[in-house]
Every structure is written in C-alpha cells, then in structure tokens.
Design a protein around this ligand. Structure first.
Ligand SMILES: [Fe+2]
Length: 232
C-alpha cells in the first residue's frame, strides 16, 4: 500500500475524479461531458461539502481566481468576491461555464449587442437579464446565452467555477463605447499556493488599486499594486 492510499480523499478530490470521467464522454453537440450530469455533480458538491475553504484567498483590489484542478478538458477554481469587486463584462470563448455558489450571493447580469439582441454582432451592448445565484445554486452560461458580468451582492461571496475547456483569454466589453479588449486570465493561487506574481504574467493583479467599476477604464489605469492575501 502506498502512502497516497492512506490519505483519505477529500470531497473536492472525488468531484475532480468524477469530472475527469464525465468529460471523457462525447456529446452530440460536439462537446465532451453531459451538461446535466456535470450540473448535478457540481450541485451535489456545493450543497454538501466545504473543503473549498482550503482554497479561499481574498484580494483587496479584485475578485480572485484560485485553481483547484486543470486538465485539457476542464478547469475548476474557487473565486472569492467582495462587494464592489465585479467582473468586467466578458465572453467565454465558445466554452461552457458552470458557477456554484457556496457562500454569500452572486448577481449575474446578461449583456447582448443592442442591435441584434444576441451575442452575434458588434457595437454597443445592453443589459438583457439580471438574476441572483444563491448559496447552493449552480448557474450556467455559454456565449450562445449571453455575455455576462458577475458580482457579489453579499459582503463576501465564494463560488466554484468550472470551465470546459479551460479559458486562458477572453473578450472584455465596454457597453457604452462598444469596444472589445482581450484579457489574459491568470490565477491568484494554484493548488492552494500563492502564485509568484513577480514572474508569472498570468498572475498579475489588476493594473489599478481601485475596484473595477468600469469596463472602459483599463486604458487609463497605471498603478500596479501587489495584492494582500487574506486567509479565509
Ligand atoms: Fe464568466
């Protein structure tokens, strides 16, 4: 018996194993992994377990992305939000995204192009739908549904996000100007360890020491501040 056999598997480890199995299954739509099965796996986890706490880090300047697991087919992470730390409006690069809330409450706002009322087109955006994602609920979005902005309604919110396939860059939309910029997506922690912000470009904090309140403000921000990690 190896030493690893003696370590009891945590619920997140079991979830990752089940996801690895499910994402092997080809789907008629061209994806791998059945969407309903994956939603059920995530829902079962978020409603019954709390070992996600080991991955929680807050940043004073931005919501933080904390990697749990990554394969060629999916990535799983804990995102920690404080009120006033919204995401920019973004797409999902034609990938699928599930979001399970384990603490607090998220608000998801959909955006579509004003002219076409969908995500095909260009120009100015408009809000099309806003709804909460409560503690214990699992949300789902694709580019077919909408672009979206996520934010915490509660003082602090924690959610578990599953992307298939992993997304390393995405579009950021300015709704008023109709401009689109590309954003590289990094992590604040990976496998419970802080990223080396000095050498890993994926782990850079936002280029501002003020909360992101506008998707059009990135070109005017100049200050780079190191985030302070606060253990949950
Ligand atoms: Fe998203």
């Amino acid at each position: 018996m190896s030493s690893s056999d003696l370590i009891e598997k945590q619920p997140l480890d079991i979830l990752v194993e089940k996801l690895k199995e499910e994402f092997k299954n080809p789907q008629p739509e061209g994806f791998t992994g059945n969407g309903e099965v994956i939603t059920q796996l995530l829902s079962q986890y978020v409603n019954n377990h709390n070992d996600w706490k080991e991955y929680v880090f807050y940043c004073p300047y931005s919501y933080s992305r904390n990697l749990i697991a990554k394969t060629e087919l999916f990535e799983l992470m804990v995102i920690c939000w404080r009120r006033g730390q919204p995401s920019p409006i973004h797409n999902h690069e034609n990938q699928r995204c599930w979001m399970g809330c384990v603490k607090g409450q998220l608000e998801e706002t959909y955006y579509v192009f004003r002219d076409t009322k969908c995500t095909r087109g260009k120009g100015l955006l408009e809000q099309s739908y806003t709804h909460p994602i409560d503690n214990g609920s699992v949300g789902y979005i694709t580019d077919e549904i909408a672009f979206h902005r996520m934010q915490s309604i509660a003082e602090e919110t924690i959610s578990i996000h599953l992307y298939s396939k992993p997304i390393t860059e995405c579009n950021i939309y300015c709704p008023e100007k109709g401009t689109i910029t590309r954003k590289r997506l990094g992590y604040f922690t990976q496998y419970k360890k802080k990223c080396n912000l000095a050498v890993n470009p994926d782990c850079q904090p936002p280029q501002t020491n003020t909360p992101i309140v506008s998707d059009c403000s990135s070109s005017s921000t100049t200050t780079s501040s190191q985030p302070v990690f606060l253990k949950y």
